[in-house]
Design a protein around this ligand. Structure first.
Ligand SMILES: [Zn+2]
Length: 398
């Protein structure tokens, strides 16, 4: 009996003494350590003298759908050297769980809510699972942050929809999240750089961020030698705003006309208009050409947007500068005053936008995937109210 069970338990250093409960939904097995001795925590002496034994309940992975509990006959040793007594430890058991159950709980917390994992395994959720997850993710973060990082990605995500924000810092070389920090201020990022230390900061060659002045302030202070690149996806979103303003102005119809209050044909083209020219089908291009014939100003606005896209599509910095020059010519015609804000942005962030070409085309592209994973996590967990829990579980899924 004993031999069969020990094979089934697959726990090294653990011997089965007997089965206590063997019912349809529950299995309880009495076990003991195979080691003869225990090291005295007070003086380091090897103790062989057992004072007494206590039954310690340890939860294990379920066995064919049955909840399994090990009743560990835990020995109290009496030290032959200093006379102190101590309870033995076992490397397979920790805080009332077997190691393998602890690993499974952490793995499950990646795909289900803590509540679901706790119900599934019948383990008290706050004490056990969350503590395990946080301890595990702290180790993961420490390992990741110890390695040098050449390309650093910085972005923000919300803890709840449009509510509180978290700064996500990831390594562009590996695509791994390094830290999730409360807030999106200069202080959030400053804390991270300080923790990482000057040596680590000097290894960063390229840093990608969105157009936040707070992040920029921290980056220029702590990574003065790194090339700072503005994320192209954020910039592209800015770029499209001018064309959208022009379209809205053109499609508006006088208030005394019958509804709708806008030209439906123009409105329908709102997404097609924002596409890159080389991504348009012949049908779409024909549709746009019809609109441009009716509204020449829309063509100018569209040409201007295409030139802005070419800043990124260009092969090199010279190509990007040429596209920027053609954009400036179109703006100078005075036909598209709606692009005023974009021009201001380009003037303010020109260096960081063009740095795209001197940074091996770095972008926050890897962070898009990470953000999707975090969004799934927020759904699974039904939202987070606690930064620490969000950060701990965020590090596990990314
Ligand atoms: Zn001792």
């Amino acid at each position: 009996m004993s031999d069969v069970m020990s094979v089934r338990l697959h726990l090294s250093g653990v011997r089965v003494r007997g089965v206590l409960v063997d019912s349809v939904d529950r299995l309880e097995v009495e076990v003991e350590s195979t080691r003869e001795w225990s090291r005295c925590p007070h003086c380091g002496f090897r103790c062989y003298k057992v004072w007494d034994r206590r039954g310690k309940r340890v939860r294990d992975l379920e066995v064919s759908g049955r909840r399994a509990t090990l009743v560990w006959r835990r020995r109290r040793f009496c030290c032959g050297n200093c006379g102190e007594r101590h309870l033995e430890d076992h490397d397979q058991f920790q805080a009332g769980l077997t190691r393998r159950l602890a690993r499974r709980l952490v793995a499950d917390a990646r795909v289900m809510s803590i509540r679901a994992a706790s119900r599934h395994h019948g383990v008290g959720w706050h004490r056990n699972i969350l503590g395990l997850v946080r301890a595990h993710s702290a180790r993961v973060a420490q390992r990741r942050r110890a390695r040098p990082c050449r390309v650093l990605l910085v972005d923000e995500t919300s803890i709840r929809r449009r509510h509180r924000y978290v700064t996500v810092v990831a390594c562009g070389d590996t695509g791994e999240v390094l830290a999730m920090i409360p807030g999106r201020t200069k202080g959030s990022l400053t804390r991270f750089f300080r923790d990482q230390g000057a040596w680590w900061c000097r290894q960063v060659e390229i840093v990608v961020s969105d157009g936040s002045r707070s992040y920029q302030a921290a980056i220029s202070q702590y990574l003065p030698d790194a090339v700072h690149v503005l994320d192209r996806f954020h910039v592209a979103r800015w770029f499209t705003e001018g064309l959208t303003l022009v379209r809205r102005e053109i499609q508006r119809r006088p208030a005394d006309q019958r509804p709708p209050t806008y030209e439906p044909d123009l409105f329908r083209a709102r997404f097609t208009l924002l596409r890159r020219a080389d991504h348009l089908s012949d049908g779409h291009q024909a549709h746009l050409d019809r609109l441009f014939d009716a509204h020449p100003r829309l063509r100018t606005a569209w040409d201007a947007l295409q030139e802005l896209y070419r800043i990124y599509e260009a092969d090199d910095l010279d190509g990007a500068n040429e596209a920027l020059g053609r954009f400036a010519d179109l703006y100078a015609t005075g036909q598209i005053p709606e692009y005023r804000e974009i021009v201001d942005t380009i003037i303010a962030w020109g260096k960081e936008i063009l740095a795209y070409h001197s940074s091996r085309r770095a972008s926050n592209g890897p962070l898009e995937g990470i953000n999707n994973l975090l969004q799934v996590l927020r759904r699974v967990a039904h939202g987070f109210t606690n930064y620490g829990n969000y950060a701990a579980r965020g590090l596990l899924v990314t």
